[in-house]
Ligand binder design. Structure first.
Ligand SMILES: O=C[C@H](O)[C@H](O)[C@H](O)COP(=O)(O)O
Length: 221
């Protein structure tokens, strides 16, 4: 099976976690796109969605799926999204598509987080995938220096990219991540950091992992 076929398989499996007559949180990226296409088939069973990016909102609307403003929503039943890396404890690295901040916000409102990805995203330890950090543009150099000083690694500006919030992304290469919860918290203490791509304090509850033997359902430990 190709990687796209595996993404489609997990997107289809995620439909089982869509709670009828509720609002669904929708992630961003190629795997989330497959989920949006599957969600379109059952759009009449849900109240609506909240999107974690302009791109996902546009795709949802193309399918005629209602997209709500998060400020008009007090409860999201489930948040469904992909990841760049997932460790055995279901701590994740996200933000390869630059949507990390809105993803974290939508997730914060959701009761359950179902992560969908192909098996290439399953790792023993987070850190091989460069850690995305959304930064207020004027703080770029300061934040980069602070990261090197406090944590090591090599922050690289994502050239030509602006987030939906008008900010920049620093991708930090070569970080040793032994304590994802601690690192997530500490990185957010640097002034100018909007958020970082570690989803560890709030991690996935369920990981639907697509591999050659089908979809494996992993639960957070
Ligand atoms: O900002 C993007 C998101 O965090 C994505 O969910 C993540 O990068 C995974 O994307 P994909 O499904 O395309 O591998």
């Amino acid at each position: 099976m190709t990687q796209d076929e595996l993404k489609k398989l997990v997107a289809q499996a995620a439909i089982d976690y869509v709670v009828p007559d509720t609002i669904i949180g929708v992630g961003t990226g190629s795997t989330a796109n497959f989920f949006i296409d599957e969600l379109a088939k059952i759009k009449h069973t849900i109240e609506g969605t909240v999107a974690s990016s302009e791109a996902s909102a546009a795709r949802l609307k193309q399918h005629g799926i209602p997209v709500l403003d998060l400020n008009s929503v007090s409860e999201i039943s489930v948040y469904i999204d992909g990841a760049d890396e997932a460790d055995p404890g279901l701590h994740l690295t996200k933000g390869g598509g630059g949507a990390l901040t809105r993803e974290k916000i939508v997730l914060a409102v959701a009761k359950q987080f179902v992560c969908i990805a192909d098996e290439s995203k399953k790792v023993a330890h987070l850190g091989k995938f460069p850690l995305p950090i959304e930064v207020i543009p004027m703080a770029r150099s300061y934040v980069a220096r602070e990261i090197v000083k406090r944590f090591g690694g090599e922050p690289v500006l994502r050239e030509g990219f602006t987030t939906d919030n008008g900010n920049i992304i620093l991708d930090v290469h070569g970080l040793t991540i032994t304590d994802p919860v601690g690192l997530e918290t500490e990185l957010n203490q640097i002034v100018g950091v909007v958020t970082n791509g570690l989803f560890a304090r709030r991690k996935a509850d369920i990981f639907l992992c697509g591999g050659k033997n089908g979809v494996e359902t992993l639960l957070a430990t």
